[in-house]
Design a protein around this ligand. Structure first.
Ligand SMILES: *Cc1c(COP(=O)(O)O)cnc(C)c1O
Length: 394
């Protein structure tokens, strides 16, 4: 289960890098340009017939960004990928480009909060949505209406770590001509490839594991040529969320070491989960290594490995204990996001009424702590976690 495909490593390192096109340079050039000039009027006229395939303007295709796009499409087993300036740009462009006025979007279980908030704003175009929490995929059918255009999922979700069966969901959707979209940021294409299980489109925040160094923001959508081309036209060319060639280059550099980073982090997470399983203050661990029953079965069927972001429910007596716990960390930083080199901890509990209502809606415990294990030495991280749990003793 822990072995990445050999071909994925080759894609991260070498594929789509045509060194002879740029003087044998091992690192691809950052083609930091807004436009591309043509030799004569005829070639100009030919070029502009297709701004989504020819180098015309960087709001279309850019050679540096294109290398990243081709690698991501290969990794996810999709026909085409388009990169965006952020994960949210990729997500909002995907939804805006494919969903029409008066149509309906179904969110299954928790997804990234701003995605739902974005869809709320589409209410002005009479785009409706429902967010459902289910125990079995067949329950989805009850909530599908004749207006449902898209089923949007995240599995595992990145606070509760709920798991959904891709092939069951895609079967239900395909029978009704509904588009399925998954946010695959947590797993990365190395750990799971939802398109192989029938999901239509995969979206990513490249900001997390793929860039991997907490220094660049980016996003991507991958899927069939036709769907991604439509998102490219409406969401990218008209929406305009263009990633800078420099950020594409940084993300390409991060992608090269993704298999090695994840491999290292898998070992760290294994060790940490073992410690947490024996810790009496831990009420629940939300990570594939602690899955049981149906979640474990589904997960193992469609996924190959795991990553190092998870959450735990801690037996805090009160909010003060939560505060003391968070303040005890010396190595873990307190901050949003994840996937970089530095370990992070947060709690979704901000201890105010609106926040607690939100937690209830999202079915999240007030005692949840989300932990991201970065690239620090595993013993250093374990010692820091022990330091935090020590404040709960006595
Ligand atoms: C961070 C994140 C996003 C949004 O990506 P940005 O690059 O921050 O816009 C979407 N989904 C998940 C699961 C994320 O963690």
């Amino acid at each position: 289960m822990d072995n990445f495909h050999q071909e994925d490593s080759d894609i991260c390192l070498h594929s789509n890098e045509n060194l002879n096109e740029y003087w044998g340079s091992i690192a691809p050039p950052i083609v930091q340009t807004s436009l591309f000039a043509f030799e004569n009027w005829d070639s100009f006229l030919k070029g502009i017939t297709s701004e989504r395939t020819n180098y015309v303007y960087t709001r279309g295709v850019n050679p540096t960004t294109e290398i990243l796009e081709k690698k991501l499409a290969e990794l996810e087993k999709g026909e085409k990928c388009k990169c965006f300036t952020s994960g949210m740009a990729a997500i909002s462009s995907t939804i805006f480009s494919l969903v029409e006025a008066n149509e309906h979007i179904l969110f299954v279980n928790n997804v990234y909060g701003p995605t739902v908030s974005y869809v709320k704003t589409l209410g002005k175009f009479n785009v409706d949505y429902t967010q459902i929490f289910i125990n079995d995929e067949s329950e989805i059918e009850e909530y599908i209406t004749d207006k449902t255009k898209m089923i949007y999922i995240e599995s595992p979700s990145t606070m509760n770590f709920d798991v959904l069966d891709f092939s069951k969901i895609s079967k239900i959707a395909k029978e009704r001509n509904i588009i399925t979209v998954i946010d695959n940021t947590w797993a990365t294409p190395l750990v799971q490839k939802p398109i192989e299980h029938g999901i239509d489109l995969v979206v990513h925040s490249l900001t997390k594991y793929i860039a991997g160094h907490s220094d660049a923001v980016g996003g991507a959508v991958i899927g069939s040529y036709d769907m991604v081309d439509k998102i490219f036209e409406i969401g990218h060319q008209f929406g305009g969320g263009v990633i800078s060639p420099f950020n594409s280059w940084l993300i390409l550099r991060g992608l090269r070491t993704l298999p090695q980073r994840l491999y290292y982090q898998m070992n760290t997470v294994k060790m940490v989960i073992e410690y947490l399983k024996d810790n009496k203050k831990v009420l629940k661990i939300n990570h594939p290594l602690a899955f049981e029953g149906k979640a474990k079965e589904i997960y193992e069927k469609q996924t190959n490995g795991y990553t190092s972001l998870f959450s735990v429910e801690v037996d805090f007596k009160n909010y003060e204990e939560l505060t003391n716990f968070m303040n005890a960390f010396k190595v873990f930083k307190l901050g949003v996001s994840w996937g970089g080199y530095e370990s992070l901890a947060i709690s979704p509990n901000y201890n105010n009424e609106a926040n607690h209502r939100g937690l209830e809606e999202a079915r999240q415990s007030k005692n949840l702590v989300r932990i991201y294990l970065g690239l620090e030495d595993s013993t250093t991280l374990l010692d820091d976690l022990k330091r935090a749990f020590k404040v709960l003793e006595g």
